[in-house]
Ligand binder design. Structure first.
Ligand code: TYD
Ligand code: MG
Length: 460
């Protein structure tokens, strides 16, 4: 194949250079040049064509939106219920899914299981492995008990060969494991570089849209949490799923953060077992740790991710710090923690200025909703005072800078789930207080942070 000419384009100013430079010759930004295949055609002069645009391309027909018939997308359930839940019902024809997560969290395992299920449901599946050899994948399939599977396997990392194979074998769904190991012949950059990842993903996306073949891309997440190099990939694909969870614990969450074919923030819950990932259909209690006695610095909250409420334990440790005390949070937003500490100080008179503050959402789950605020604050105060919250206690609610406690969406559902699991005392925003009492649950409705603190103090 003849190599197209490549150029390097600056991500800051759009300037180009024929070779890679550390500093952009146009705007002087450092490390901003990215390799790209040069476009054929008149390129730069296009928009300034003096004769107008008609000479450059034919006008295309347009039609009113009302004249276009809406079509439901064709989906095939993968047969793995928790995966289908995050996908919004199943694999979509021509849909491109990016699935990210830490190494070893279970991406390859889940996809091998899903491909086998799809194959058995009558969708020919091709699994392209660039990270492991065919023998390694076969070994995994034996462990999963699917070694008789008809899923087609290809151990290949070169994009052009992968595309040719897809063309020849015509599967209904292709897994690329992973996009970081795939490279295109057309670029000189190393596999895994931003340019390669972007170029390969763009080609695969185009192929999916052109043929109706569903494509699933596996991407590794860097320590910073961004998909290595390309957040750009998130814009290209239809669906972005992230694997979350602590590799040391059994449970894994798959979260949809973008989905053109379904709801976002829906989550699928799995348990990693000896025989692969098993769906957890009733996950509400999996993120509670089992203390025999209530301990200081722990407060349970109910989060509502997607359609199911889940109880999560928030832990805090407040300990005297050095000259510059540390604030550390795992699974919760760090900036939000700083804000909550300020609110705690100003509105509730609880000062942690000279203390190290650590907070953690148990089980490796990430909580992005602000409804965690109240539980975080109560866990911090509990740790600071060395006094445990009562048994069966829970709290949720967003806290504002003015010290007000704002309602969380669908509060009733959260409270009902907590009552079902045997919780007996709740501190919740006033607007979330149920009109009818919930059996077994004493509810304290509060409007302000200081009120919440007083309620808890009164509990002994
Ligand atoms: P893997 O799917 O290879 O992760 P990723 O593709 O995201 O890097 O998962 C590997 C981990 O899962 C590994 O630590 C072993 C464990 N595992 C099980 O516990 N049970 C199993 O049945 C399988 C296949 C893997
Ligand atoms: Mg893998």
């Amino acid at each position: 194949m003849a190599k197209d000419k490549t150029t390097f384009t600056c991500t800051e100013c759009g300037g180009t250079s024929p070779r890679w430079l550390g500093k952009c010759p146009s705007c002087g930004a450092w490390n901003s040049l990215i390799e790209q295949v040069a476009e054929a055609g008149p390129g730069k002069n296009r928009l300034s064509a003096p004769q107008g645009y008609a000479g450059l391309a034919h006008a295309q027909p347009v039609m009113p939106l009302a004249a276009i018939e809406a079509q439901d997308v064709a989906r095939t359930p993968s047969g793995i219920e928790e995966l289908d839940r995050v996908l919004g019902g199943g694999i979509v024809e021509g849909g491109v899914v990016l699935i990210g997560g830490d190494p070893g969290i279970g991406k390859s395992t889940l996809l091998l299981q899903a491909m086998d299920a799809l194959q058995r449901a009558g969708l020919p599946a091709l699994y392209v492995t660039g990270e492991e050899s065919g023998a390694q994948v076969a070994l995994r399939s034996r462990r999963l008990g699917i070694d008789g599977s008809q899923v087609q396997l290809l151990a290949e990392i070169q994009l052009e060969k992968i595309l040719a194979t897809v063309d020849a074998t015509q599967p209904a769904v292709v897994v690329i494991d992973s996009i970081q190991t795939t490279y295109s012949d057309q670029l000189t950059s190393a596999p895994g570089s931003v340019a390669q990842v972007r170029e390969c993903a763009a080609h695969l996306t185009r192929m999916a849209k052109g043929t109706g073949i569903a494509v699933i891309l596996v991407g590794h997440v860097t320590k910073e949490g961004a998909l290595a190099g390309p957040r750009v990939l998130e814009h290209m694909v239809d669906t972005v799923l992230y694997f979350e969870g602590d590799t040391h614990s059994q449970f894994r969450l798959v979260r949809a953060i973008k989905n053109r074919f379904g709801a976002v923030n829906e989550i699928g819950v799995f348990a990693m077992t000896e025989k692969g990932l098993k769906g957890v259909s009733n996950p509400s209690a999996i993120f509670l740790s089992q203390h025999s006695e209530p301990v200081p610095g722990s407060c349970v909250m109910v989060t509502l991710e997607g359609t199911r409420p889940m109880l999560v334990e928030i832990q805090a440790l407040v300990d005297s710090g050095g000259p510059s005390p540390r604030r550390l949070s795992v699974g919760l937003d760090k900036d939000r923690l700083a804000m909550l500490l300020a609110v705690l100080h100003r509105h509730a008179g609880v000062a942690c200025m000279d203390q190290d503050v650590f907070v953690n959402a148990v089980g490796g789950v990430r909580i992005s909703e602000p409804a965690a605020d109240l539980a975080v604050m109560l866990a911090i105060t509990s740790s600071l005072r060395g006094k445990a919250l009562p048994r069966g206690f829970l709290a949720f609610g967003e806290v504002g800078l003015a010290g007000e406690v704002r309602p969380a969406p669908r509060g009733q559902e959260r409270l009902k789930e907590a009552a079902k699991l045997g919780f007996s005392v709740a501190v919740v925003p006033k607007a979330n207080a149920p009109k009818k009492p919930i059996e077994g649950l004493t509810i304290h409705a509060v409007e302000r942070v200081e009120e919440a603190m007083n309620v808890v103090r009164g509990m002994g």
